[in-house]
Ligand binder design. Sequence first.
Ligand SMILES: Nc1ncnc2c1ncn2[C@@H]1O[C@H](COP(=O)(O)OP(=O)(O)OP(=O)(O)O)[C@@H](O)[C@H]1O
Ligand SMILES: [Mg+2]
Length: 265
Amino acid sequence: MGSDREQAVVVQRATRRFGSVTALADVTLQVATGEVVAVVGPSGCGKSTLLELVCGLESPDEGTVTAAPAALMAQRDLLLPWASALDNAALPLRVHGAGRREARAAAAPTFAAFGLAGFEGSRPAQLSGGMRQRVAFLRTLLAGKPVLCLDEPFAALDAIARAEMQAWLAAALERWAHTDPATPTATPAAAGGGSARTVLLVTHDVEEAVLLADRVVVLSPRPGRVVAELPVDLPRPRAATDPGVVVLRAAALDVLRSAPVAAAR
Ligand SMILES: Nc1ncnc2c1ncn2[C@@H]1O[C@H](COP(=O)(O)OP(=O)(O)OP(=O)(O)O)[C@@H](O)[C@H]1O
Ligand SMILES: [Mg+2]
C-alpha cells in the first residue's frame, strides 16, 4: 500500500443512489500511484458505479471522489462494429484532436506488442473475443490517462482464453503498471506514457484478483460497502496453483460468503 506514496485515487465516504436504489454506501478507498487494486463483489453491488465515479462519469450523492485522470475499459467492449481494429484502438487519439492518419500511425506500432499484428484492418466481428478485449484494452491505454479502470475485462471469455488474457495482462502490468514511480522506465510512448500505471480492476473472479493485484478490496452485496482489504504480498509472476494464491483466494472467498446477503447474484 505504501503509506507515503502519492494517492492516484481517493474515495472518501462515497454514497451513490439511483432513485430508491443505493448502489454504493459509504465507500472509502485509496489507490496509490502505480498500485494495482482489484475490486470484487457480487453482481449489482456497485462495482461499475465505483469505476464511473473514479472516471468522473458519475458523481457521489455523499462523500468525495478525487482521482488523477482515468480511462475506463467498460464492462462491454463497446468497439465500433463498422470500424477496423486499428481505427477502434486509435479512437481516443482522434477524440483528442489527431487526424485519422496521425492517429493510425501512432496506434499501429502497439499492435505487435498486443498480439494483434496483421489484424489492423479487421472489423471487431472478425476478431476472437480475446483479441477484441485486447483492442479495447489498447484503446483504453491509448487514452494516455495515468489511471486505468478495467471493468470485468475478461468476463465474456471462456476459461482458456481468460487464463491466457490474465497472463498477458499480468505481463503488461509488469511492464506498464507495476513499475516503481521513482524509477523511470522506458515505457513505449505509444502505450500511453512513461510513468507508473495505476490500475483499478473490477472482477467477479477472486482468483483473477489475487493473480493480478497488489491489494484486493471486497465489497458487500448492494449497497456496496468495503468489507475487507487484503494485501497480496506475493512474488510475480503468480500462478493459480501457488500456495500463497490459493490461501488468499480462499480468504477472499470466505469474506465474500460471510458478507450479509441482500441482493441476488
Ligand atoms: N445509471 C443507472 N441508473 C439507475 N440505476 C443504476 C444505474 N447504474 C447502476 N444502477 C444500479 O446500481 C446498482 C449497482 O450497479 P452496478 O452496475 O454498479 O453493479 P455491478 O457491481 O457493476 O454489477 P455487475 O457485477 O453485475 O456488473 C444496480 O442495482 C443497478 O441497477
Ligand atoms: Mg458491473
